[in-house]
Design a protein around this ligand. Structure first.
Ligand code: ATR
Length: 283
C-alpha cells in the first residue's frame, strides 16, 4: 500500500470512477503494482454520480489525471465523452480503462483480454475451440469479442431471454466472420463436444444455485465462472466433482487490472504480486 506521505508534487494520479465505489479492489491492487516497480503514482477511488459523469471526465483533463478505470454504471455512457476509443472497446461498446495521453483521452476495454489471460491458468487457448457462454449481458459482450478476436471456432450463446442472445449474434456475426456464432437452447448442446463452458450470469452469487447441469454434457473439457464471490460457486463445485478443470472470476478481475496497468505504463505488470494482493483482500 502506498503511503500518503510518499506523495509529492510530482506524483502522477490514477483512479477509478463508479457509483457506488466503496467495494472496489482496484486501489490496493494498482497501488501495490506502482510501488513494486517504483513508479511515482497513486491510485484513488472516485464516487461519481451518473449525472456528474461528463463533468468528471472533463475533470480528468483539467486535473491532469494520468489514467482512470471505469466501472458500473459508467462503462457504456462514458464512450461519447472520450477523444478516441480502441477498436476492441468500440466492438464491446464499453470502456473500462482511460489513458490521458497529453490531454487526449483514449478509452479501451481490458475485461475481455483479462478473461482470456485468466484462461491460460487452465491452460486454455481459444483458437479453433468450441465454447458455450451462458448469459447475454455486458460481461458476455466483452468475453465474446475477446474470444472471437482470439479466433475461437464456434461460440454458442445460451440465455434465459433468448432474444438477447440472438441480438448479440446478429450484431457480432458480420464483425467476426472467422467465428461461428449461434444462439441456442442449452439442451441442444449436450451431445456436442464442448471445449469450454463459461458462466457470465449472476446465478451462483447468492445461495447454492447453479445456472446449468454440467453432467448433461457428453464431452466438456473446461469450465469458467466469472463470479469470484463465492470463490467456488455451485457450478464450479460440480465441475470439481466431475474432474473438469475450472477457474473462477478472480483471474479475470486480476488480469483486467494487469492489462490496464500495462496500457497506462507500457510496462509489464507485476502479476504475481498483484495476485497475492488480491487474495489477501479477499481472505
Ligand atoms: P453483466 O454486466 O454482469 O453481464 P447484466 O448485463 O445484468 O450483467 O447481465 C446479466 C445476465 O445474467 C443476463 O444474461 C441475465 O439473463 P437475462 O438476459 O434473461 O436477464 C442473466 N441472469 C441474471 N439472473 C438470472 C437468473 N436468475 N437466471 C438466468 N439468468 C440470469
Amino acid at each position: 500500500m502506498i503511503l500518503p506521505l510518499s506523495i509529492t508534487g510530482k506524483t502522477q494520479i490514477y483512479g477509478i470512477i463508479g457509483y457506488p465505489i466503496a467495494h472496489t479492489f482496484s486501489p490496493p491492487l494498482q497501488n501495490a503494482a506502482f510501488q513494486a516497480i517504483q513508479i511515482d503514482a497513486a491510485y484513488l477511488p472516485f464516487e461519481v454520480h451518473p449525472k456528474k459523469l461528463k463533468a468528471a471526465i472533463a475533470g480528468i483533463k483539467s486535473l491532469q489525471i494520468r489514467g482512470i478505470n471505469v466501472t458500473v454504471p459508467h462503462k457504456v455512457h462514458v464512450v461519447p465523452f472520450l477523444d478516441e476509443v480502441t477498436p476492441t472497446a468500440q466492438r464491446i461498446g464499453a470502456v473500462n480503462t482511460i489513458l490521458n495521453n497529453h490531454g487526449r483521452l483514449i478509452g479501451t476495454n481490458t475485461d475481455g483480454q483479462g478473461f482470456i489471460r485468466s484462461l491460460s491458468e487452465l491452460p486454455f487457448t481459444p483458437q479453433d475451440k468450441t465454447i458455450v457462454i451462458l448469459g447475454a449481458g455486458g460481461s458476455t459482450r466483452s468475453i465474446v469479442v475477446a474470444l472471437a478476436e482470439a479466433n475461437a471456432k464456434q461460440i454458442f450463446l445460451v440465455n434465459r431471454t433468448i432474444a438477447k442472445a440472438k441480438h448479440l449474434v446478429e450484431e457480432f456475426s458480420p464483425v467476426f466472420p472467422q467465428t461461428q456464432l449461434r444462439a441456442e437452447q442449452i439442451e441442444n448442446l449436450y451431445s456436442l463436444p464442448i471445449d469450454l463452458f463459461v458462466n457470465t450470469t449472476s446465478v451462483g452469487m447468492e445461495g447454492d444455485k447453479s445456472p446449468a447441469d454440467l453432467n448433461q454434457f457428453k464431452i466438456l473439457h473446461y469450465v469458467a465462472d466469472i463470479i469470484y464471490t463465492p470463490q467456488q460457486t455451485a457450478l464450479l463445485k460440480q465441475a470439481k466433482q466431475l474432474n473438469i478443470p475450472f477457474i473462477n472470476g478472480l483471474g479475470m478481475l486480476l488480469y483486467q487490472g494487469c492489462e490496464a496497468f500495462e496500457f497506462w505504463t507500457q510496462q509489464s505488470a507485476p502479476t504475481a504480486l498483484m495476485k497475492t494482493t488480491l487474495m489477501k483482500l479477499l481472505n
